[in-house]
Design a protein. Structure first.
Length: 513
């Protein structure tokens, strides 16, 4: 089965039902399929061939999903860019992926032109705005046929390349196939049910795997997808009430902001069947507040870019009373088609209660990393995805993540790797040594906290170093605080003991993520 088979089915069974609603625009399933066909023909007319990479830089819009589907139809590879990255970070991804085309969303045409100057292998820019120097999206579709393209037929072909950073700080392109996506959708729909006629609201950015999987769950079932260009907590509530939304995705930071909207307790959430959450650890107290206000309508999905969903904690498993209340700190149990091992360092299965690394296998795992055979071998060693997350399993099979083997920080659902921050700090002439960690943050889950050691005879202020970081790092990656210390704790081999740095901030907390 192919990703585009979803659109074919919807056009047959629900041709006049609404597929996508966005800023007053409404498209039926038949219209959405026609737009995807036209875009696929247009991309092919611009020279995009099977196996080529095509990037997109945009906030949420229907064209973002059309782009995913059109690339899949051609057997091309969609490369979504995080619009929060700096130009230098985006340039690296474009250069590494060798993307030939770049689709620029509304407001991103100037940035796209600058990126083309930085990455000259980009042959064409397609823009949602009219411009004499670029191909206009609307005109591209208008001149293309709506007949099905000569589509790709290999379900094991890579159709997404989603970049995720490693502990070295260099982004890696995770290779995702038709099979990866469709097996994930089929398995999650067993636990996170969506029905034809339901209405899914997605406000998280479509470059994020959690958001696009949530969107595709709605599309796969012929339901209606409501998209917001970006997240606004008041608008989320307004849309739930006005459109009688049945499903939505809220990462923990989003849920917290929704619950803080004035008079939220007087708003109408009765239409909701399910609020899915993931992308970052959910603070238990925030989840309890949501359950008290909205009811047992929450479901967690745990995964990562390399494997979009591995476990789920279903709505009926969210309880405020009794023994089940402890499970609110759990990420649930593995979904259908996924096998999870809590592994000791030697690879053996750890018994219940013992902490080990989460390792997983199944069709929902990526094919590998783009042009990184060593990293692929290490991450998929023995046929198991090594997630880098440390957890234990209870006797009933529920999994509790307690720490990360890697040093990744998750702030507001975004992955941040300390090595990138440390490298930025080391570029300052006054820095002799540096380390970054994640510390608890009430709103974002975690925040970046950096420790620095100054060169002898030099001086620098915290504000100066923060401004220095902002020149090379996306805003969300920059430290919230920088602490000056005489030296970093290290083991005999010279590795920084980050657990020693973390301990004062996480002391007394059962879950250290």
């Amino acid at each position: 089965m192919l990703l585009t088979d979803i659109l074919d089915r919807n056009a047959r069974l629900y041709p006049r039902e609404q597929a996508v609603v966005f800023e007053g625009q409404r498209a039926t399933h038949a219209e959405f399929q026609s737009q995807v066909h036209r875009l696929a023909h247009g991309l092919r007319g611009l020279g995009l061939q099977r196996g080529d990479r095509a990037a997109i830089l945009s906030k949420n819009c229907p064209e973002f999903l059309q782009f995913y589907f059109a690339c899949a139809a051609l057997g091309a590879v969609a490369v979504p860019l995080n619009y929060r990255l700096t130009p230098g970070e985006m340039e690296y991804i474009l250069q590494d992926s060798k993307a030939r085309l770049l689709l620029a969303g509304e407001g991103y045409l100037p940035a796209a032109k600058e990126l083309r100057r930085r990455a000259p292998q980009i042959e064409k820019i397609i823009s949602l705005e009219r411009d004499a120097e670029t191909a206009a999206y609307g005109e591209l579709l208008a001149s293309a046929p709506e007949t099905p393209p000569d589509a790709d037929t290999d379900e094991n072909r890579v159709i997404w390349m989603m970049y995720t950073s490693g502990t070295t700080g260099r982004p890696k392109g995770a290779l995702v196939t038709h099979r990866t996506i469709l097996s994930t959708l089929a398995a999650t729909l067993l636990d996170l049910r969506v029905d034809p006629g339901d209405r899914m609201l997605v406000t998280a950015p479509q470059f994020h795997v959690a958001a696009v999987i949530a969107s595709l769950r709605a599309t796969a079932r012929g339901a209606t997808l409501h998209l917001h260009r970006e997240f606004d907590p008041r608008r989320v509530i307004d849309t739930i009430e006005r459109e009688r939304i049945t499903h939505t995705l809220l990462v923990p930071a989003m849920l917290q902001m929704v619950l803080q909207v004035p008079n939220v307790e007087k708003r109408d959430f009765s239409s909701l069947k399910l609020i899915s959450y993931g992308a970052a650890p959910m603070p238990v107290e925030v989840l309890k507040k949501g359950l008290r206000l909205i009811g047992p309508k929450f479901a967690q999905g745990y995964g990562q870019t390399e494997a979009p969903v591995l476990t789920s904690l279903r709505p009926e498993e969210h309880t405020l009373e009794g023994a089940g209340a402890k499970r609110l700190a759990s990420c649930g149990r593995e979904i259908f088609g996924v096998t999870i091992r809590i592994a000791r360092e030697n690879g053996e299965e750890a018994p219940p209660g013992e902490v080990g690394e989460i390792r997983a296998r199944g069709d929902g795992v990526m094919k590998g990393y783009w042009n990184l055979p060593d990293a692929t071998q290490k991450t998929l060693d023995g046929g198991w995805l090594h997630t880098g997350d440390m957890a234990y399993r209870d006797p009933e099979g529920y999994i509790y993540i307690v720490d990360r083997l890697k040093d990744m920080v998750i702030s507001g659902g975004e992955n941040i790797y300390p090595r990138e921050i440390e490298e930025a700090l080391f570029a300052h002439p006054a820095i002799a040594d540096a380390a970054a960690i994640g510390v608890p943050h009430e709103k974002w889950g975690e925040a970046v906290h950096a420790f620095v050691v100054l060169q002898k005879g030099t001086r620098a202020t915290e504000q100066e170093l923060l401004e220095h970081c902002r020149k090379s790092l996306a805003k969300y990656k920059c430290p919230q605080r920088i602490e000056f210390i005489p030296e970093l704790p290290r083991n005999p081999s010279g590795k920084v003991l980050k657990r020693v740095l973390r301990e004062p901030y996480w002391k007394g907390m059962e879950r250290r993520v």
